[in-house]
Ligand binder design. Structure first.
Ligand code: ADP
Ligand code: MG
Length: 565
């Protein structure tokens, strides 16, 4: 029974498995590699995912959720009709779909997965990712960082000698830069930096902004549906730039079709601010790893947004070299996750490779410091595990009592890079007791252990008595207990998931719905008639007749779409 690798992306998700010829992407029910990370609830309460949900985002935006990966690890609730979901629950629907597609494709049940997440994800976000997998009915013992997975997929570990790589991963909504060091069969992540709010979407926003300004349309007046239509128009135009230097962005709003011709250079100029933001994490990762430009042996582009010619140009100029080629940037992470899965299974076809990773942020506690006036001032941040420390890592700090006869020490667990304790993120607290004694005579040892999956364990021991208390951060926002996962798993299992064997038909109906809403007049009438014919075929329940009607409908859509252009 293979362990599959899953790239749970902000925009697209995909799964892969390992074969004797290497990792292979698992196609979904449409025979496609990418499944949009979108979830929609139907009028009858049925759950739709992927491409079907993507159509519904345009026709029923209030029933559809996307980009929820950005909220992973938070309690943000997505209200879809009368139901409400957390980010990890929405993600679980996507994973469930990938699992089912894999089971059909491989012809056997899948029980375990290795799931990737951005290197910059915090502890709470990693845990939510694991929960999402469990809610989908999978065992998830390993979470891997996306850039590490990508580096493995590119086979960077197959080169000889000592090398340094920079992985530049620009997806739909997250940006990660990682510096990897490969030597003696050990792949080490030396530094990671990133921006959880930067991705291909920002390049859509630029086009939307240009479009609204050109036509003097106020963004406030737009309905959800119009905003969705604009987004789709921008996405289509953006993809065109891979093929052409002159593109026309076109969108119908309130029965009027607006068009905007844009040249690549004009677009590039408007993207200057977004492009400038790409530099920040690159500089920080290189400085944290003490790596200079000249030391970088290869730059690897990962993520669909790196297909944008202006991003490629920008990277080429920044590094003065052409990026590595060969693997589809959309697929590298999933392929790498599948290789990781094979390593976990100790697959005979794979060479053992040691991986190391780093803790992406500083973990510490709050202490009092002695001021020059002889008084103590509380609230300083004491780093215990510094950012970009190789993990697994375990570090101890000894803290002494401040007051005579102090019987309790409160250890705050904090995450962040700020000098003042209160400006960092509070993860939890341990209070421990000790025998009364003069100030400074009693002490506690505070041990932070950060494991390979990015999970933090804190242990506090009173030195004189040996009393020990330990927590694995449970108070994080978005972190749920085993019992709660079990209960939620059952709740989610009672929801009706759209049956896979009807995906194609449903997709045609939802797409027809969208085309109907997008057009007016005679064409709209023709679409309604075509849909009615298809409905009739579906009602007839004769598979052969339905497939024939589906073929006719697909051809008809092609005509409608050609008419659009
Ligand atoms: P994620 O990791 O966030 O799921 P992906 O790696 O799938 O994202 O990348 C999705 C992003 O890539 C989207 O913003 C999409 O518009 C963009 N993208 C995909 N193909 C192209 C292309 N040919 N040109 C420009 N952008 C592209
Ligand atoms: Mg990605």
């Amino acid at each position: 029974m293979p362990i599959i690798g899953i790239d749970l992306g902000t925009t697209n998700s995909l799964a892969a498995y390992f074969t004797e010829d290497g990792p292979v992407i698992i196609p979904n029910s449409f025979g496609e590699h990418l499944t949009p990370s979108i979830v929609s609830v139907g009028e009858d309460g049925e759950i739709y995912t992927g491409k079907i949900a993507a159509e519904r985002r345009l026709t029923c935006p209030e029933m559809t959720a996307s980009v929820f990966k950005r909220s992973m690890g938070t309690k943000k609730e997505y209200k879809l009709g009368d139901k409400s979901f957390l980010p990890e629950e929405l993600s679980s629907f996507i994973i469930k779909k990938l699992k089912e597609d894999a089971e059909i494709f491989l012809g056997e049940p899948i029980e375990e997965a290795v799931i990737s997440c951005p290197a910059y994800f915090s502890d709470a976000q990693r845990r939510a990712t694991k929960t999402a997998g469990e809610l989908a009915g999978l065992r998830v013992e390993r979470i891997v960082s996306e850039p590490t997975a990508a580096a493995i997929a590119y086979g960077l570990h197959e080169s000889d000698g000592n090398s340094k790589y920079l992985i530049f991963d620009l997806g739909g909504g997250t940006f990660d830069v990682s510096i990897l060091d490969y030597a003696d069969n050990i792949m080490e992540v030396r530094a990671v930096a990133g921006d959880n709010y930067l991705g291909g979407e920002d390049f859509n926003e630029v086009l939307i902004g240009m479009f609204l300004r050109t036509h003097d349309i106020s963004p406030e007046g737009l309905t959800l549906r119009q905003a969705a239509a604009l987004y789709k128009a921008a996405e289509t135009a953006k993809l065109e730039f891979s093929k052409s230097k002159e593109v026309v962005m076109q969108c119908t709003l309130e029965d009027e079709t607006y068009a905007m011709p844009v040249s690549l250079s004009e677009y590039e100029k408007n993207c200057e601010l977004v492009l400038a933001r790409l530099k920040v994490p690159v500089v920080r990762a290189m400085s944290d790893a003490s790596v200079r430009l000249a030391d970088v042996n290869a730059v690897v582009l990962v993520g669909g947004a790196t297909k944008l010619p202006l991003v490629r140009n920008f990277v080429g100029k920044l590094f003065g070299m052409l990026p590595a080629q060969g693997i589809n940037p959309d697929e590298a992470v999933a392929l790498g996750a599948a290789i990781q899965a094979a390593m976990k299974e100790r697959n005979a076809y794979i060479k053992e490779l040691l991986l190391t990773d780093v803790c992406p942020y500083t973990l510490g506690t709050s202490v009092s410091v002695l001021r020059s006036n002889g008084l103590y001032q509380s609230g300083s941040f004491l780093p215990i595990i510094e950012r970009n420390t190789v993990i697994p890592a375990s570090k101890v700090e000894r803290l002494y009592t401040l007051r005579d006869n102090q019987t309790v020490v409160d250890v705050e667990i904090l995450q962040g890079e700020n000098r003042k304790a209160r400006d960092n993120i509070f993860l939890g607290q341990i209070s421990i007791s000790m025998p009364p004694a003069p100030a400074g005579n009693e002490a506690v040892d505070v041990r932070y252990t950060y494991d390979i999956n990015g999970i933090l364990e804190v242990e506090v021991t009173t030195v004189s008595t040996g009393l020990m208390k330990k927590i694995i951060i449970e108070k994080n926002p978005g972190v749920v207990s085993e019992d709660e996962i079990k209960k939620r798993f059952e709740d989610l299992s009672s929801l009706k998931i759209h049956p896979r064997d009807r995906d194609e038909y449903r997709y045609l109906l939802e797409k027809g719905e969208r085309l109907y809403q997008e057009h007016t007049g005679a064409l709209r009438q023709r679409i309604a008639e075509a849909l009615a014919d298809f409905d009739a075929a579906l009602d007839g329940q004769d598979r052969g007749a339905i497939d024939e009607a589906a073929l006719v409908l697909r051809e008809f859509y092609e005509v409608v779409e050609a008419y659009n252009e």
